[in-house]
Write a protein that binds this ligand. Sequence first.
Ligand code: FES
Length: 315
Amino acid sequence: MKVLIASKTVVATDIVSFELVSTDGRNLPAFSAGAHIDVTPTAGVTRQYSLLNSPAETHRYRIAVLREPNSRGGSRAMHALAMGEILEIGEPRNHFPLDETARHSILLAGGIGITPILSMAERLAQAGASFELHYCVRDEDRAAFRERLSAADLLHRAKLYTDIGANASHISFDEVFGAPADDKHFYVCGPGGFIEAALSSATRLGWRDSNQHREFFGAASAPAIQGGAFTIELAKSGRRVEVTADETAFAALARAGVEIPTSCEQGVCGTCLTRVLGGKPDHRDLYLTEAEKAANDQFLPCCSRSLSPVLVVDL
Ligand code: FES
């Protein structure tokens, strides 16, 4: 759908926030906390951005974009947009939903990972739920939405950590998580290293996989295409598609006329998730949990491959 950029604001060093509204004054499709939208800032470039505002708001979507020094084109194109322009976006989808049955939720954001986390905080605050928010940034100038986080309903629940500066302080994931409990959940979003550190702390402390929720923000770089050739068998037709060593499974399927929806093409968003009926995938994505990977019943053909000579998929 087409939306209007109602405002563009610098909210921290290298981070701009956009307010998107419908072009005809109507409400936008509803979303839940943790949802993201596909945004096409320029032809041929589509990126996913988390909605950061309260899901109770129906008149606008808010997103924020970090200028990436090694941008593949997405963040540069986004930063070049101006207020008043029309932008093409997709409807909200949520691969990072809140479990609202939790007794207590721990929200963890690293850098630009604050965006879905802020929407979750808005939702939990509004529901009167028990939660805490931990926000880690390199320095104070890179902390976005500080005004919102200092408002009365969030102030006592939000804590800022900076790597450098006069008030530098470092998060201890072990202390933040504490002992696991069935009705305690955490949500982490940020750079890969930040998420990995949080997950390894939680696993060490005995947290169940189902209580750990994470969303990566795009792989640091495009996943390498490496590994041997293999065959994909399409269960519905019995057709076989050869995947060469230097192409992705998605590319091989597209070449054979089999269309799979994709978005990030980096193993991050889950759009291309495909059911596996036989064989063993070589999971290279950041989307599936360890338990989901171990089940070997689904894979992401935009980046993952096969450990078995033949992978049978539900297509
Ligand atoms: S297209 Fe995003 S995970 Fe495959």
